[in-house]
Design a protein around this ligand. Sequence first.
Ligand code: TYD
Length: 132
Amino acid sequence: MKLIRLIDLPPLGDERGSLVAIEANKHIPFEVKRVYYIFGTQSGVSRGFHAHKNLHQLAVCVAGKCRMLLDDGVNKESVWLDSPTKGLLIGNNVWREMHEFSNDCVLLVLASEYYDESDYIRDYSDFIRDKK
Ligand code: TYD
């Protein structure tokens, strides 16, 4: 499967400005159980460095930008999330790292499951071992 799966989130704009709507099982292929957002990231800080066993997510920078690196254990690819109309689907068993956050970055994440620490793979060598 393609590592970088971008989804176009068309803005419903009019003369007042823009609005984006994201509907479960329509724009994204899962039910949404959890929403979180990352903001106020200190300069030079990178985040993520984990994979999930079962979780599916959509990540969108609703303000500012950051660079998302995905790694399926064989290939690594990175993409700038730099538009509120650009969503990145991240499936399970994909290692992710977020780098180069702009000061104003607000990274919104829609997730298919509730928070569950036991779903995380936080050790890169465990991730590679599980892949084999
Ligand atoms: P973490 O997943 O490590 O953040 P990142 O992947 O961005 O580096 O989460 C940071 C902290 O927040 C950690 O203590 C777990 C907690 N957390 C929740 O309680 N609920 C959540 O939905 C998320 C994503 C994190």
